[in-house]
Structures are given as C-alpha cells and as structure tokens.
Write a protein that binds this ligand. Structure first.
Ligand code: ZN
Length: 366
C-alpha cells in the first residue's frame, strides 16, 4: 500500500511516473475531480473545516472571495494566500478553501489554504512586459470560466476580425466556448462579420442600445463568462446593463487592496438573474498574446483551415513562404476565405516574433 503522502507526491509529479505507478493498487490511479468545485479534503486533513469560496478579485496579495454557501447579499471575504500553497497562483475564478476569519467583517482576514483543480484556464502571453530569460511571460487571466464572450462593435469602431480570431484561439486553447457579442447593431448589420465566420458556426448575439438583453442573458445564465473587448465597443455599457450594481461592486472590490484602483485586473460580478451565473470583466486585457500557444493549437482557432493541413508536407510551418503548404491550394480552390488564411498567418508571425504586434501598421488589424 502507498501512504497518502506518497500518493500526493505521485500526483504532483504527474505523468512522468505513470509507468512506475503500475506497481501500486488500482486505487492509486489519479482521479480527476472533473467539474466538482469541492476540493479533496482528504489530502489536507488539517484544514477539514475550511469553507468553500470563489475568488472574484485579486489585488496585490489580497483576494476577494464570496463564500459558496452564502447568499448574494452576504459580505465578501478578504483573504491572503497561505504560505503552504507555495508558488501556486490564485486567480479570479478559482474555487478555494478558506480558513481563519471568514466573517467578512471590516478588517477581517482569511487564508486561502486550497485551490480546487481548475476546469479551464484562460491564458495570455503578456507581450508588453519585460522579456525574461525564459521568454515572454505567460499569465493566467481567469480560471474555471465556461465561456469567452468576445464583444465587438459592428460600427464605430468597425469590427476587427484579427482581434476576434485571436480571442477564438485563446478560447479554444483554454477549452472555453466562444460567444460573439456584436454591439451597436443599430448602426450596421452583422452580415460582413458573420460571412467571415460562416464556416465556424460561431454562436452570436446582436446588441442594440435600446433592445432587451434577453438572448444574451439566456446564454449567460448559470455560467461563468469572461468578457473581452476593445475600448469603445460598448463592453462597459453592457456590463452595467447586465449588472446594474457593477460600478458599486467594482468600487468595493477595488477598495480592499491598498486603496488604489487597479483597472487591469479581472473582476467577477454576480448576475442578478434568478438562474445566477457570473460575468468576469477584464478591463486591462486589450488582446491575447499567444506566444504560449503552439502552431498546431493556433490552428484550432481556424477549424475551417484544419482539414487542408493533412496534405501539407511533414512538419510544415504553414507560413506564406513554406514550400507546398496545402493551405494555399485550399484557399485557391475556394474552400476557405483567403482573409482567414491571411489572419492565421498573421497570428503565426506575431507569435514567432517576426511581426511586432505593437507595430502601428499592424495595430488596426489586431
Ligand atoms: Zn502547411
């Protein structure tokens, strides 16, 4: 038999030890808890009294959480990370175990002692950060989201399919469902955008300033949805329409840190609808750096192009100068939109550093 301590160690070291694990009982096979939010209390008996919480904001070492069993009017709980978590980061959307003062009273401080296994991880490469020895910094934006809502205006500013493509890659990479949310539908029709994505069968909703949000609310109900979008597309307006208390909620959350508003961090807001659910606003995320996504994973954002690549030579980089890349013939034969291939190759190039994503001439396409 294996002691609990050994079992934990095996789990931690992961698949490298998969073969060695065969020496042990069937029971020792790692069990993924799936979508359950309940952490495995067995592994940390010292904290069996920890209560379950959901992280709604992070501000320099302080985590704002709501208790899973508390109602919508219960006070939020401010917590810090327990040292025993080591280097594990805690992000918005994490389901955690809390000990200590979880009363939510002014000045009360709880401790996060556990992080439940994440069902999804939305990442971005922070391209604007200083380059480290290991390369560009990869950041987890949000954990456990079900859906990525890509907010784009149909006019003023015009839709940027390059940005939407980038978000789609991030969504598929994170195993999160994308939803296209097209605002300012009173100013322009969605035909051009939908035509561009015609092969993807992408779910979408149209938003007008004066129309009810029933369709969008139905798609958000009971789920955790991350909203991304450029400034000027009406994302903040949308957030305020969905959560009329949003400004106050964000203000409260921002005040718990060290007094300074941090517009870059993600904030989870509870939907007031009966079915519940959360939207996570990401004011500081202007784009998704994709340097951490492999060329093959990048292709997952372009399901209309994937099929063509079976005819590519082995290890084809799919770039414009790649000899015999089957993507060119695929597009020439009318099987995909040439703009889609151009967009894919632009993302490929920006990943490998051939094109500076901040270069002004490119910015309009991001
Ligand atoms: Zn190719």
């Amino acid at each position: 038999m294996v002691r609990d301590g050994d079992r934990q160690e095996l789990t931690r070291r992961g698949d490298v030890l998969a073969t060695r694990r065969r020496e042990y009982d069937e029971d020792d096979v790692r069990v993924r808890p799936g979508r359950s939010s309940r952490p495995r209390t067995r592994t940390r008996p010292r904290h069996e009294n920890a209560v379950d919480g959901f992280v709604i904001a992070v501000d320099r070492g302080r985590y704002t959480c709501v208790l899973s069993d508390a109602g919508p009017d219960a006070p939020t709980v401010t917590a810090m990370r327990a040292r025993e978590l080591g280097r594990k980061s805690v992000v918005v959307g994490d389901r955690v175990g809390l000990v200590g003062d979880t009363s939510g009273a002014p000045g009360a401080l709880a401790r996060i002692v556990r992080i439940a296994e994440r069902t999804s991880v939305l990442r971005r490469t922070a391209e604007d950060d200083a380059t480290t020895a290991e390369g560009r910094l990869e950041r987890v934006v949000v954990a456990n989201a079900d859906q990525l809502v890509i907010v784009s205006a149909l006019a003023d500013p015009p839709p940027r399919t390059g940005f939407i493509d980038r978000c789609l890659v991030a969504a598929y990479d994170a195993d999160i469902e994308p939803l296209l949310c097209l605002t300012k539908a009173d100013l322009a029709g969605p035909e051009a955008v939908l035509d561009y994505y015609t092969e993807l069968e992408l779910p979408y909703v149209l938003i007008r300033p004066d129309s009810p949000l029933d369709a969008l609310r139905a798609l958000l109900a009971g789920r955790v949805s991350v909203l991304v979008g450029h400034s000027g597309v009406g994302k903040s307006t949308l957030v305020n329409r969905l959560v009329p208390e949003a400004d106050r909620a964000v203000g409260t959350v921002s005040a718990i840190g060290r007094g300074r508003h941090t517009s870059t961090s993600a904030v989870a807001l509870r939907l007031p609808d009966v079915a519940g659910g959360w939207i996570i606003d990401t004011p500081g995320v202007r784009s998704f750096g994709l340097a951490h996504v492999s060329a093959d994973s990048l292709l997952h954002g372009f399901p209309d192009l994937v099929e063509a690549t079976v005819d590519c030579p082995p290890n084809c980089p799919h770039t414009a100068d790649a000899p015999d890349c089957a993507l060119d013939a695929w597009v020439a034969a009318g099987k995909a939109d040439p703009r889609r291939l151009a967009s894919y190759r632009r993302l490929l190039a920006s990943r490998s550093g051939e094109v500076d994503p901040r270069e002004p001439s490119r910015r309009g396409e991001e």
